[in-house]
Structure formats: C-alpha cells, structure tokens
Design a protein around this ligand. Structure first.
Ligand SMILES: Cc1ncc(COP(=O)(O)O)c(C=O)c1O
Length: 292
C-alpha cells in the first residue's frame, strides 16, 4: 500500500562526546522508513491504517498542534486511502498556515481550529462525542496517535533488534512510543530511557502510565531534566548542538524531538550514566517536516 522501508537501518556512530569511547553507540534510523510517514508515525499508525484499508471508516479525526508530525502523517495516509479526515488543531492559524497545514490542505483534510480551552478537552468523552456528532466522525485517533492500538507497531520495532541492546534512548511526548516499547520489549532490549520533551514530570509520567498496566510494565526510566524549558523550546545550546551533529554525524536532526533527545543522550553518556562497554541505541523517531 505504502512503500515502507522496514527493518530500518541500525547504524554505528562515533560522536566526539566525553566518554563516548566507553560505549558502542548506534542510531536506529526509523526516520528512513518513509519520506512522510517516518519514524514513530508509521509504527503508531500501521495498525489503524491497515484496519482502515479493510473496513473503511466514513470519516477519521484526530488532534494536534500546527506543526504536528502525527497529523501530517495521518493526513497523508488518509489521502492515499481516500478516507475523509477532520483534524482539530490547537490555536487558530487562519491566514498564517504552517507548512504542515498547507500540506494537509492539499491532501484534502478538513481543518477545524480549536481555542486552547476547547483543545484541553480533547480526551473528554463528552467532548469527543459532541465533535463526532457535529462533524460526522466515525473513528477518533488521540493526539500523537498514542493509543494501545499503536503497540503492535512498537512490537515490530522491538523485533527488529537482533542483537542485545543495553539501553534504548528515545523522545517522549504523548507517550505511545515508550508505552508501546515497554509492553513489547523483549529479551534483546535491557533498559528503556525516555527523554521527556515537555515540562511537567507528573503529566508526562501519567501519559505513559495511563496507556499501560503499570503493575506489569514499570521497567522504564523517564528523564525530566532535558526539555530545555518546555515543548518546542529551543535554547541556543540546543540549536548549535543540532547543527553541529547533523553535519558531523551526517544525521538529520531537528530540535523538537530528535535533536533534543540526542542532546540528552550526550549528557547521560558524558556523565557516565551507563556501564562501561554498554551498547546504547538512539531511536531516531523522524519528525523532520516539523522543522520547516
Ligand atoms: C518525531 C517525533 N518523535 C517523538 C515523538 C514522541 O513520541 P510519543 O508522542 O509517542 O511520546 C513525537 C510525537 O509524537 C514525534 O512527532
């Protein structure tokens, strides 16, 4: 249906970080899975999209910000499958559309701007029912595509590791990627280290915990001190880090997810967080369109 390139490559990389020589460092290039449905987007959307292809919904809907990678990937998938899509966007970009919004207009998505107060109600059943009735929506995918249905895609990601990994390091925002890997994790991955991209430890911890049975899957760590001031906040240090590492490592990075998480990995490596000799893998979750 789509030209999806899996398994994604696992590439060795050699950064000039303090202590880097103590570890075997790899990057899992999920950003190369597809030019639009890249990174964790394909992993999260694979199961719902394959289901839509078989049992076509009359209209799909989802929620996201004006730069959302999830909305971008979902709109592309729905357009390819000719399934009507409505997206509820946080804030009003009328007359000031982002490149993401311009793309999804060409992919025939219906855009509804919600003010911040209404957007905060995006997980309330009553609000979702009201929107579903108003816009004739059949299926609602939560913000970021984070729902238990995305776990199958995370299992397929975990299955691609055919050598022991001591730690997998990845960005966390709406929680589905870490939650899914925590549930799917099998014998090859020892530790999962999620790097929170947003401020608010309780909020991020709860997003992940709410998706899983915490009693069975508490074996992950979420780091809360690498968000650079909050979601999509970019310090000069982070911007410089992204530029330098994109060039040095020949690895596309943007500051909202991949660059921020790799910067956190640098900090953890430099301070000797992991046992000497460990194999550490950075999960590149894509999202490069958001940086246009
Ligand atoms: C490119 C990218 N990486 C990582 C994440 C964070 O993943 P999650 O929302 O599943 O925690 C997102 C947001 O969904 C994203 O767009």
């Amino acid at each position: 249906m789509f030209s999806i390139q899996v398994p994604s490559p696992l590439q060795r990389f050699y950064p000039d970080w303090p202590n880097a020589e103590r570890y075997q460092l790899y990057v899992k290039r999920d950003d190369l899975i597809h030019p639009v449905i890249s990174g964790n987007k394909w992993r999260k959307l694979a199961a719902p999209i394959l289901q839509f292809a078989q049992h076509r919904p009359s209209r799909v809907a989802s929620f996201g910000g004006g730069y959302s990678n999830h909305i971008h990937a979902l709109a592309y998938c729905c357009w390819q499958l000719q399934i009507p899509l409505t997206v509820f966007i946080r804030g009003d970009y009328t007359g000031n559309e982002t490149p993401m919004l311009k793309d999804i207009v060409t992919w025939q998505a219906e855009i509804v701007y919600l003010n911040k107060v209404d957007y905060q109600r995006r997980t309330e059943t009553e609000f979702i029912n009201q929107l579903s009735a108003q816009y004739d929506i059949d299926v609602v995918i939560p913000e970021g595509g984070s729902q238990q249905q995305c776990f199958a895609g995370m299992q397929s990601l975990a299955d691609e590791f055919n050598r022991p990994i001591d730690a997998l390091i990845l960005p966390v925002a709406s929680g589905g990627t870490l939650a899914g890997l925590s549930v799917a994790k099998h014998s090859t991955i020892d530790q999962l280290h999620g790097i929170a991209m947003l401020k608010g430890a309780d909020y991020v911890d709860k997003l992940v915990a709410d998706l899983i049975d915490k009693r069975k899957h508490s074996d992950y760590t979420i780091w809360h001190d690498f968000h650079h001031g909050g979601y999509a906040k970019v310090t000069d240090e982070l911007a410089h880090f992204c530029q330098r590492h994109s060039a040095q490592l020949n690895l596309p990075l943007e500051p909202v997810y991949s660059g921020k998480a790799l910067h956190a990995m640098q900090q953890l490596v430099s301070r000797g967080q992991f046992a000497t000799g460990a194999t550490l893998v950075f999960l590149h979750t894509g999202g490069l369109q958001g940086a246009r």
